[in-house]
Design a protein around this ligand. Structure first.
Ligand SMILES: [Zn+2]
Length: 102
């Protein structure tokens, strides 16, 4: 059964979106920080550049943490309990046994 045929297709789309944003913020943050570090900060006074670098880094970590929590708190489409909580690589719900994309 494909994900499109599932009775829970909208919920699995939400799951994939949460997973996408986790990786997008994580990996995109590297790129964004590199652009800021090597493209923008050399043009500024050192004291200001350090503060901006720290602010961008903290914002990235907070955003990544928020996306991680959002992904981990994805509710199981069947039993509504956290599907992945404390089991980030699980392929099935730890409470009701629903397989991912089933
Ligand atoms: Zn469940």
């Amino acid at each position: 059964m494909s994900a499109q045929d599932s009775a829970y297709a909208p919920q699995w789309r939400d799951y994939r979106a949460r997973r996408f944003w986790f990786f997008a913020v994580w990996l995109g943050g590297f790129l964004g920080l590199e652009v800021v570090t090597f493209g923008v900060l050399p043009l500024m006074p050192k004291a200001m550049a350090d503060a901006i670098w720290v602010a961008v880094g903290v914002a990235w970590l907070l955003g990544w943490g928020a996306m991680a929590i959002r992904w981990q708190r994805f509710p199981c489409p069947r039993c509504d309990r956290p599907f992945l909580l404390l089991r980030p690589f699980s392929r099935e719900c730890g409470y009701c046994g629903l397989a991912r994309y089933e």
